[in-house]
Write a protein that binds this ligand. Structure first.
Ligand SMILES: *Cc1c(COP(=O)(O)O)cnc(C)c1O
Length: 374
């Protein structure tokens, strides 16, 4: 494939010497769980998203699970409470809600943003609605005035699934600026799965919050429920961030601006150059900052479009062909009417947009796409 969708080695090649040095440093340190590498990364991430507390954890799903369990232990949520979740998301967002004994209520996306349709949130409100899980899907912040007003009017807990949007920015009420995702609500979950905008060399994640009590509950829960050595106050888990991953992530985080900047330039080339009436391109937010975890367009005959691109050596992927409510594991939700979600799932195609995709590649891919007739 001349234009691969993703090549993990090439995508890391620029930082590889520093990554190898960081890994070797941990191997030689003898400290293989916890310690200074984890603490240093937690501090850097806290600084990056302007939140006082960050807890490094094992992965993004665990970050979400720990947040919801923590909110229950705080008494802010109770089992059976309803959490509004976007129907167009990766299934992990929903699994965490169910795992905590909460009830997900699936909300339709907007075809323009592919995120929650924030003008329709009232449709999903019931007397049991207690929280809203906003997912900044594909790198686009989902946090506008309607969402903020809705959450504050109904006193909802706001949790962010920031797995795909580290470094994205959203306008903030009453302030003359923007805030990065991860510090917008009561707590945020990050994933550093290798393909994410900051990828570890394996699984990793983090929880960010302004609430010191929630931070210490999450930290304890992730460490067998232990607040100090051999003293267990919760029925916890082992969901810690590994120091090797933390050391890699510190290297990656130091280069986040250039990594996200590169994605934004590729997206601008696609948006500027792709001109094919058979395809619906994603939109760029008029305010805030999109970090383009994926560049997702909609094609009516997706299979044909993907076959055409494969023939022209352009790798593509689909995020996601089967929405959570259509998965066998969640068949209790299969009767829901979510036509916008289904329609996006049947038409979405993701183009290459990684560190190893060059600007010339993006221009060439745009030319190939412009010559497509469905
Ligand atoms: C990747 C992802 C997760 C899960 O993160 P893992 O680290 O893979 O467990 C959760 N939500 C969204 C939106 C994701 O993209």
């Amino acid at each position: 494939m001349r234009y691969p969708f993703l090549n993990s080695i090439d995508a890391n090649s620029e930082l590889m010497p520093q990554i190898e040095e960081a890994v070797l440093r941990v191997v030689r340190s003898g400290r293989y769980v916890g310690g200074g590498e984890v603490e240093a990364f937690e501090r850097s991430l806290a600084q990056h998203c302007h939140v006082p507390h960050v807890v490094g954890v094992s992965n993004g799903l665990d970050a979400l699970r720990l947040i919801f369990r923590g909110l229950i232990l705080q008494g802010k949520l109770r089992e059976g409470d309803e959490v509004i979740v976007p129907a167009n998301t990766y299934i992990a967002s929903v699994l965490a809600v169910i795992d905590a004994g909460l009830t997900p209520v699936f909300a339709e996306p907007s075809t323009e943003t592919l995120n929650l349709d924030t003008s329709r949130l009232d449709e999903y409100l019931t007397p049991r609605t207690r929280a809203l899980l906003t997912v900044h899907l594909y790198g686009r912040a989902c946090y506008d005035e309607s969402l903020r007003n809705f959450a504050s009017r109904h006193q909802l807990i706001l949790v962010e699934d920031n797995a795909q949007a580290i470094g994205a920015e959203a306008p903030v009420a009453g302030q003359s600026g923007y805030a990065v995702t991860g510090g917008l609500g009561d707590a945020a979950a990050f994933s550093f799965y290798p393909t994410k905008n900051i990828g570890a060399m394996g699984d990793a994640g983090a929880v960010a919050t302004c609430d010191p009590e929630l931070a210490s509950i999450v930290r304890a829960l992730a460490n067998y429920g232990s607040d100090r050595r051999y003293h267990n106050i919760y029925v916890g888990y082992n969901c810690r961030l590994d120091p090797i991953q933390a050391a890699v992530l510190s290297v990656k985080l130091s280069a986040i601006e250039s990594a996200n900047g590169h994605r934004a330039r590729l997206a601008d080339i696609y948006l500027d150059k792709i001109d094919n009436p058979e395809l619906l391109l994603p939109t760029k937010p008029t305010v805030g900052r999109h970090v383009w975890h994926q560049f997702v367009l909609l094609a009516d005959d997706r299979d044909r479009f993907r076959d055409y691109l494969t023939e022209h050596e352009v790798g593509t992927d689909v995020h996601y062909a089967t929405p959570p409510h259509r998965q066998p594991s969640l068949r209790q939700y299969s009767g829901l009417q979510l036509p916008v979600t289904d329609s996006i799932a049947s038409r979405c195609v993701s183009l290459p947009i990684t560190a190893s995709t060059t600007e010339a590649d993006a221009a060439a891919i745009a030319r190939i796409i412009n010559a497509y007739h469905g």
